[in-house]
Design a protein around this ligand. Structure first.
Ligand code: GLU
Length: 418
């Protein structure tokens, strides 16, 4: 039996906890989410019948501040996955040193099977079902897979209508016109770019001759591919739910984004161009490229296929794309992996900026946001890199030890209530 996502996250935790001799109380507290909420979400479908969906909101830790994390709509969402993702949010926020704990939510639904009106009703009911535990000082949701600024706008409206006032600071990733932040949509992909360039610089690699494969062409993968292509890297392959697209001479990423934007589900279905051949998602992962950016789902590089991965640099844009066994195999092959909690932290960093702007009702320009994002990410990248070099450990182990120490310190200073 392969390990569950939550078991993988705990394996990483236990390894780091051992390394820093984390005390027993902290270990017990940090190994378990603080609060797990499962909700039933009834939705009146367009044809009049009632359908029931299951949703979750899990708060892993509030030790360092309000819980923070996205909401995922996907047919495979389950309690184990949401627990794993909530836990990763705690480490992520601690690593980049923003004053949040970790949370995550999800609804088990294939959103492509619902009309927009059904999706709005699902979103509003789900919001109300988790309302008792969320709030600007308690838990602040954001987008994740298959949710976006529209979803966040509907959530913000639901709460605002119920409270009879405009509530800006309870959700992030909102549309700009509803208190959203400039740069938020691109932030996760921008962060993946910053980490990729940071790694190339450490290895004195020429950016222009770097070949890259990107798994996932959603909000993270497409932006990362686009920004890296604009920096001169050669994006030779990308993939989404429709499979992989490969051109050894380099893909026209901007054209592919335009194509996806024309599709109702923003996918690459039907994309064709000279020199582009179709490959499978599995083939993309094992291409002979300099850098591989898994920006889709968890558990993509595992024991079964890690030996076949040829890229020297792996930048984890998704949450949990590399399992612990997979990572051990990659390390033995000499690969360098930027862990998810660092590589994809750009999203939650700019979510933090959005929340700050909403609280003060004063908004920054895009340059200010991108500069601050770059500063926080570069600081975290350098911190992880130096720690990994000094202790001769992987970037993953270094990132975890930094994050765990910060959370442990907060727990120790607050003490256990009562
Ligand atoms: N869902 C994103 C993540 O996994 C963003 C979370 C947020 O902005 O709160 O990091």
């Amino acid at each position: 039996m392969s390990k569950t996502f939550y078991e993988i996250v705990l394996e990483h935790f236990d390894e780091a906890a051992e390394k820093i001799h984390l005390d027993h109380d902290c270990r017990v507290l940090m190994r378990q989410p603080e609060r797990e909420l499962t909700v039933s979400v009834p939705v009146r479908m367009d044809d009049g019948h009632l359908e029931m969906f299951t949703g979750y909101r899990i708060q892993h830790s509030s030790s360092r501040g309000p819980c923070k994390g996205g909401i995922r709509y996907h047919q495979d969402v389950n309690l184990d996955e949401v627990k794993a993702l909530a836990t990763l949010m705690t480490w992520k926020c601690a690593l980049v040193n923003i004053p949040y704990g970790g949370a995550k939510g999800g609804v088990k639904v294939d959103p492509t099977k619902l009309s927009e009106r059904e999706l709005v009703r699902l979103t509003r009911r789900y919001t109300v079902m988790i309302l008792p535990i969320i709030g600007p000082r308690k838990d602040i949701p954001a987008p994740d897979i298959n949710t976006n600024e529209d979803t966040m706008g509907w959530m913000m409206d639901t709460v605002s209508m119920l409270q009879g006032q405009t509530v800006l600071d309870m959700f992030t990733g909102k549309p700009i016109s509803l208190g959203g932040s400039l740069g938020r949509r691109e932030a996760t992909g921008r962060g993946v770019m910053i980490c990729t360039l940071g790694l190339l610089k450490k290895f004195r690699r020429d950016v222009a001759s770097t070949t890259i494969a990107v798994q996932g062409f959603g909000n993270v993968g497409s932006v990362a591919a686009d920004l890296l292509a604009k920096k001169g890297c050669k994006i030779v392959a990308v993939s989404d739910v429709t499979g992989g697209y490969y051109n050894p001479k380099g893909l026209n990423v901007a054209e592919m984004i335009e194509h996806a934007n024309r599709h109702p589900f923003k996918i690459l279905e039907g994309y064709e161009a000279d020199g582009v051949s179709r490959i499978s998602n599995e083939e993309l992962l094992t291409l002979d490229v300099d850098a591989l950016l898994p920006c889709a789902m968890e558990r993509q590089i595992v024991k079964r296929n890690a030996q076949d991965v040829r890229a020297k640099f792996i930048v984890s844009g998704a949450n949990g794309p590399v399992s612990k066994d997979g990572e051990d195999i990659l390390h033995d092959k000499g690969a360098i992996i930027v862990p998810d909690i660092l590589a994809n932290s750009g999203g939650v960093i700019v979510s933090y900026f959005e929340w700050v702007q909403d609280i003060q009702v004063f908004f920054w320009n895009e340059d200010q946001i991108n500069q601050q994002l770059e500063r926080l990410m570069n600081e975290a990248f350098e911190h992880v890199w130096e720690h990994a070099e000094k202790d001769k450990i992987s970037m993953r182990a270094a990132a975890y030890t930094i994050a765990l120490r910060r959370v442990a310190r907060a727990i120790q200073q607050r003490r256990i209530f009562p």
